[in-house]
Design a protein around this ligand. Structure first.
Ligand code: MN
Length: 225
């Protein structure tokens, strides 16, 4: 067995390299000759941990929540999307790790391919550990993920504040079901429906129909609102 390149001293800054093994399932499911989704390389992660939510009109509309950890995007499919109401628990089905470059992906996956349908960058930004143990934030994130009590704080274009993903005992053990819950803080909004509020891309300003039609971005990619 080859020695895996672990994160060494850079782990505290959240840097890491995705190994081929981590992305094996992601790659196995896709034909990169047919889909424009990234294959994922040994790209060095950004200094701050990245966060993205992609709205995905596949066979069923859902929102893909992705949080960077150890060089990959940990990923959950959230059928109803996030809620800012702390009394609402949203089902979040864990799916395979995605490459960090996937955060830039907006477009249409061809029909018949895995996940075929239109993908919008619905929100994006960075995130940090959201719990009490601030001494080793990346280590605390790893532990939280492993324990199934993953607390994080978002600094996205649209979503802010602290959240938790709680793992349940339901579902395939390899693909567990979690619940996504907003914590009570300044960014909580009881009774709101944030996924209805924002119908355009955080990256390009386009609607799902405009992305599907291949319309040009409304503003420069990377511009913040
Ligand atoms: Mn998806």
């Amino acid at each position: 067995m080859k020695t895996e390149r672990r994160n060494g001293g850079k782990a505290e800054r959240g840097e890491g390299l995705a190994t081929g093994k981590q992305l094996a399932e992601y790659r196995r499911k896709r034909d990169f000759g047919r889909t424009a989704e990234p294959r994922g390389g040994r790209r060095r992660a950004a200094r701050k941990l990245q966060y993205v939510i992609q709205k995905h009109a596949a066979s069923h509309l859902h929102y893909d929540l992705r949080l960077e950890l150890d060089g990959v995007m940990k990923s959950w499919a959230v059928p109803k999307g996030p809620s800012l109401d702390p009394s609402v628990k949203r089902l979040a089905m864990e799916v395979e790790d995605h490459p960090i470059e996937y955060n830039q992906f907006e477009g249409t996956i061809p029909k018949g391919e895995y996940g075929g349908g239109t993908v919008m960058v619905w929100d994006r930004g960075t995130y940090t550990y959201g719990g009490e143990d601030d001494a080793e934030p990346v280590e605390a994130l790893r532990r939280g993920y492993q324990k199934g009590d993953f607390k994080f704080r978002l600094d996205g274009d649209r979503l802010k504040g602290s959240w938790v993903l709680v793992r349940t005992r339901r579902g395939d053990p390899r693909r567990p079901q979690w619940l996504l819950i907003k914590h009570r803080d300044d960014s909580a909004e009881p009774g709101s429906e944030v996924v209805e509020e924002y119908q355009t891309s955080a990256a390009t300003g386009r609607t799902m129909d405009e992305i599907a039609a291949g319309r040009k971005p409304r503003r420069r990619r990377g511009a913040r609102t």
